[in-house]
Design a protein around this ligand. Sequence first.
Ligand code: KG4
Ligand code: ZN
Length: 330
Amino acid sequence: MYTLGIETSCDETSCAVTKNCEVISNITISSLKEHKKYGGVIPEIATRAHLKNINRVFELALKTANITKKKIDLIAVTNRPGLIGSLVVGVNFAKAISLALKKPLIGINHLHAHFFAPYLDYNNKIKFPFLSLVVSGGHTEIYQVKSFNEIKTLGRTRDDACGEVFDKIAKAYHLGYPGGPVIDKLFNDAYKKEFLFKCGKIGFDLSFSGIKTALMYKKIQMEKNGEFNLKMKIKLVSSFQYSALETIIKTTLEAVNKFKIYRVACGGGVLANQYLRERLLEIEKQTKISFLISPKKYTGDNAAMVAGLGFYLYNSLGVTHNLRMKPEAN
Ligand code: KG4
Ligand code: ZN
């Protein structure tokens, strides 16, 4: 069964073709460069870029998969959560294809697609129940997944998402955009405990705005003292990354221990982080927990994860979800 996946929830325009759960093509054009000078995604620019790129990305995805439009059996599109203007482009494009080809259409939750990424290409077998961890630019969430019909949110960030704080700190420190990959590269293990920053935590809920503010105050203070040089910035962002990621790991482990569920599917842009990936694998070696981590090529926003989850939902549950677009997750 060929599924066409469409993802336009933020600044990536992506179309993919999967054959069952195997990714045949996955084409993404990002408008990241156009947002760079603002240090964050500008929704209007993202929407216009989707409009400009969607048809090209679609044609390229089919060409790479070496199939014609007629071969498509199912269309899966991200319809929540996301920037509303961006979602409108993808969902309407998907509706048009579905109508023209008379093929079923299914709406996909972007966050569920992120934690489905480890199951693409049959890398892992889906076994319920499992926990899932999604850490991205807009969300930091821990779920209990009894089935794809029963997903309970155990915890989420009460303010800024983890990736968002990487981006905001890098912006304030003039290190570049997006901040996640920049801080990941600058991270120096020797400096991870140089400053003892703390993140907020209530049960399984997290808070990152406090640590962000602490980093901003450090900047002001260091600038006054003439100490805000590159070495100092590296010390500060290394301590930040360590504290933020260790808090997420600690919270996830608490959920594992409370629910006695030892499988954790992990996805989202921040899962590209080298330190985070290594730590999860290290914990896996020392415990009976299996961390199913999204391959790096599927951590950021992509349509392959949307197509894969669409295929799975359509076949296991026989559903085509309603296509109401929503900025929020549920
Ligand atoms: O999942 P994603 O592509 O988009 C959203 O759904 O938000 O995540 C983007 C986020 C950005 O905040 C970016 O800075 C962060 O993922 N990110 C990283 C890394 N690569 C991307 N954060 C930490 N380390 C990385 N290597
Ligand atoms: Zn995402």
